[in-house]
Design a protein around this ligand. Structure first.
Ligand SMILES: CC(C)(COP(=O)(O)OP(=O)(O)OC[C@H]1O[C@@H](n2cnc3c(N)ncnc32)[C@H](O)[C@@H]1OP(=O)(O)O)[C@@H](O)C(=O)NCCC(=O)NCCS
Length: 135
């Protein structure tokens, strides 16, 4: 298990509204939780976190430290977490993304996610796009 401090370091450096260490710890200790991490040169540089409930999965977060971006780390994390979701019995994965988060929107589209609907004002300052991908 990677240390919660390393995960929190990535979280803090990737999101304007990061989860607290306690939130991360609590989510990861849930038995429905799925987590994948990527380490380069001994540094935990990215992670993906979600849940599997019955035959459906949800991806909550994916994050890669700025110095490690555009090197395929997120694509690798998605491949690994999709595999783990499948193993735990999920056939489909859903997620919500800010409509203006272009790196993330393009990442998910490249990984085969398709648009389900838009939820106007979901984030207050931005709409949410709900995406889905068969596993
Ligand atoms: C989104 C994020 C996880 C992408 O991580 P990454 O490791 O740089 O992504 P990858 O290198 O695997 O990129 C895969 C594809 O995603 C798309 N992409 C990723 N970053 C992009 C960018 N800055 N601009 C345009 N397309 C981008 C491209 O299609 C890319 O494929 P390509 O390099 O062949 O063009 C990273 O930018 C990040 O941590 N952002 C902050 C946290 C966040 O917003 N997470 C998503 C919401 S939870």
């Amino acid at each position: 298990m990677d240390s919660i401090d390393e995960l929190y370091f990535v979280e803090k450096n990737c999101f304007g509204d990061p989860w607290t260490k306690e939130m991360l710890e609590s989510e990861i200790s849930n038995k429905l939780s799925v987590l994948e991490t990527e380490t380069k040169n001994g540094i935990l540089c990215g992670y993906a976190l979600g849940r599997v409930v019955a035959d459906e999965a949800e991806l909550f977060k994916i994050a890669v430290l700025p110095d490690f971006r555009r090197q395929g780390v997120a694509e690798k994390l998605l491949t690994k977490i999709h595999g783990q979701m499948r193993q735990k019995g999920a056939f489909v994965c859903f997620l919500e993304v800010r409509s203006r988060n272009m790196p993330a929107v393009l990442l998910y589209e490249k990984a085969g996610y398709q648009r389900v609907r838009v939820i106007p004002g979901y984030y207050g300052d931005d709409d949410a796009v709900v995406l889905r991908r068969e596993l």
